[in-house]
Design a protein around this ligand. Structure first.
Ligand code: SAM
Length: 292
């Protein structure tokens, strides 16, 4: 039986040469060439033979080989059609992998989960193309895809942003969105020499374990996220001014001030100082005012 072999740089180079493959910068192609990192990703994702796994951007199939070994079934979505014949070759020893040649942002993942996993929660594992990290993650969370966990390689700075709370410069709309839907945990820091070609930035593997129920109760989720965006769009301004100046909100100054005070917050506070709980409380306060 063939074991995953592509994590060894020697075989990666062989495959790239055999197919005369040219890396495409615009697709964020940095292939993993470190078996320890690959094993760490698979272990952190806690994949079992019951699992259906979605891989985003399989590249030449390096991580896909490991996923196919560990999971019941894998679907791998790759945008670059020059990689499709390569994947056919490198994955020929595993019969539980489907390669889909498409843009992940255009794939109906909910439908895929329904067809392949009877609508049960799926695991997402990927060494993500960094240029679309945020839209991919937000798409998975917001489009009601049944998700168990997402284990992904991202830019180190982005991983930090997902994990931090108020009082740090990295705290922002992404931190709050991720922490509303999932429990983030950075499981490894990965230096550039683990990839081919080497990226200019450091990377990290982060696991996002989806909550069954969000940790805060919000009557109007969309409103809460509008408040969050408005607060961080002008993060040096006070919360009052951030909300007042927002194009997405239409509350007058008096309503805003009343809501902030009713939450027990000072009018001088900046949005960047609020926790997820406080944003939820503020959103609920505005919902009440809209309803009254
Ligand atoms: N998984 C491989 C590995 O770890 O070696 C490759 C990871 S590489 C960082 C990102 C992969 O995502 C590339 O294969 C790239 O072509 C693919 N990709 C880029 N944009 C994509 C998109 N919109 N939809 C699907 N795949 C995409």
């Amino acid at each position: 039986m063939t074991r995953p072999y592509l994590g060894n740089p020697k075989y990666t180079i062989e495959v790239l040469q055999k197919y005369n493959f040219a890396f495409q910068k615009r697709f964020g192609q940095n292939f993993l060439i470190d078996t320890h990192v690959l094993e760490k990703i698979i272990a952190s994702a806690e994949i079992t033979k019951d699992d259906f796994v979605l891989e985003i951007g399989p590249g030449i199939g390096t991580m896909t080989q490991y996923l196919a070994e560990a999971a019941r079934e894998v679907a791998a979505v790759e945008i670059d059609n020059t990689l499709i014949p390569i994947l056919k070759d490198t994955l020929k020893d595993w019969d539980n992998v489907t390669v889909i040649n498409d843009d992940i942002l255009k794939v109906d993942i909910r439908k895929l989960a329904l067809e392949k996993n009877k609508g049960c929660p799926i695991k997402v594992v990927a060494n993500l193309p960094y240029y679309i990290t945020t839209p991919i993650i937000m798409g998975l969370f917001e489009n009601q895809v049944p998700i168990d966990s997402i284990t992904i390689m991202v830019q180190k700075e982005v991983a930090d942003r997902m994990q931090v709370g108020p009082g740090t410069k990295d705290y922002g709309a992404l931190s709050l969105a991720v922490q509303y839907y999932a429990r983030p945990e950075i499981v490894a820091n990965v230096p550039p020499n683990c990839f081919m070609p080497r990226p200019k930035v450091g990377s990290a593997v982060i696991r996002l374990e989806r909550y069954e129920k969000p940790p805060v109760q919000v009557k109007d989720e969309k409103l809460m996220f509008r408040l969050i965006r408005a607060s961080f769009n002008q993060r040096r301004k006070t919360l009052v001014n951030g909300l007042k100046n927002s194009q997405e909100l239409s509350f007058d100054k008096e309503t805003i001030e009343k809501a902030i005070l009713a939450c027990g917050l000072p009018l001088t506070i900046r949005g960047e100082a609020l926790t997820l709980e406080q944003f939820a409380q503020l959103a609920n306060m505005f919902s009440e005012k809209q309803g009254s």
